[in-house]
Design a protein around this ligand. Structure first.
Ligand code: AR6
Length: 181
C-alpha cells in the first residue's frame, strides 16, 4: 500500500516480443466473446498451449467484453492464461475506453485472487479490434500503475509489445505517466 512511484515503476517492464514465450505465472489473452480462439495473439496462445486450452475454454460459457476468465496454461511456459475481451474500436464514443480499462482491472483482480505474482499483458484491442495504440497504451499503463499502487500481491507486470511502433508508444506514455518529462 505504501509503494512509491519509483517502486511501482520498477514493478513494470515494457518489452518487445512474443507473449507465448514468457515464463511468468500468467499471460493475458486478448480474446473474443466466445473464448474459443481466433487470430492475433489469441491464435498464437492457443497454438502454443495446445488443444487442451480450447477444451477448457469451452466449459467457461464465453466472456463479456471487459470481463476476464482464467484457465491453465497447458503447454505454455506460463502456468495460467487470463482471457479478457477488449472492445472493438468504433471511434471512441461507444464506451471503448471504459471497457478497455475494465479488461486491465478485471485481469489484475483475477490474478490477485489466484495468487499470481508475475503477469504479462499484450496491447489488448490494438490489433484486429482497431483501438488506436496511444490511447490504448495510456489506459493500459494507467490501470496497471493504479492497481500496483494499491496491491503488493501482484509483484511484477510485463507489458509486451509486438513491433517497434507499439514499443516506442508504450515507452513514451510510461515516461509521461511517471513524470519523467
Ligand atoms: N505476443 C504479443 N503480442 C502480440 C502477439 C504475440 N504473439 N501477437 C499479436 N500481438 P490482436 P485484439 C499484439 O489482434 O485487437 C482475435 O482474433 C498485436 O500486435 O491479437 O484485441 C481474437 O479472437 C496487438 O498489438 O487482439 C479477437 O477476435 C495486440 O497483440 C480479436 O483478435 C492485440 O492484437 C481481438 O483483437
Amino acid at each position: 500500500m505504501d509503494e512509491s512511484n519509483t517502486t511501482v515503476r520498477q514493478r513494470i517492464a515494457i518489452i518487445q516480443g512474443d507473449i507465448t514465450l514468457l515464463a511468468v505465472d500468467a499471460i493475458v489473452n486478448a480474446a473474443n466473446n466466445s473464448l474459443l480462439g481466433g487470430g492475433g495473439v489469441d491464435g498464437a496462445i492457443h497454438d502454443a498451449a495446445g488443444p487442451e486450452l480450447v477444451a477448457e475454454c469451452r466449459t467457461l460459457g464465453g466472456c463479456e467484453t471487459g470481463a476476464a476468465k482464467i484457465t491453465r496454461g497447458y503447454r505454455l511456459p506460463a502456468r495460467y492464461v487470463i482471457h479478457t475481451v477488449g472492445p472493438v474500436w468504433y471511434g471512441g464514443d461507444y464506451g471503448e475506453p471504459a471497457s478497455l480499462a475494465a479488461c486491465y482491472r478485471n485481469s489484475l483482480k483475477l490474478a490477485k485472487l489466484n495468487d499470481i505474482e508475475t503477469l504479462a499483458f499484450p496491447a489488448i484491442s490494438t490489433g484486429i479490434y482497431g483501438y488506436p495504440l496511444e490511447p490504448a497504451a495510456r489506459i493500459a499503463l494507467s490501470e496497471v500503475i493504479r492497481f500496483l499502487e494499491g496491491n503488493d500481491e501482484v509483484r511484477h507486470v510485463t507489458m509486451i509489445c509486438r513491433g517497434d511502433e507499439a514499443y516506442a508508444v508504450y515507452q513514451q506514455v510510461a515516461r509521461e505517466l511517471f513524470g519523467e518529462e
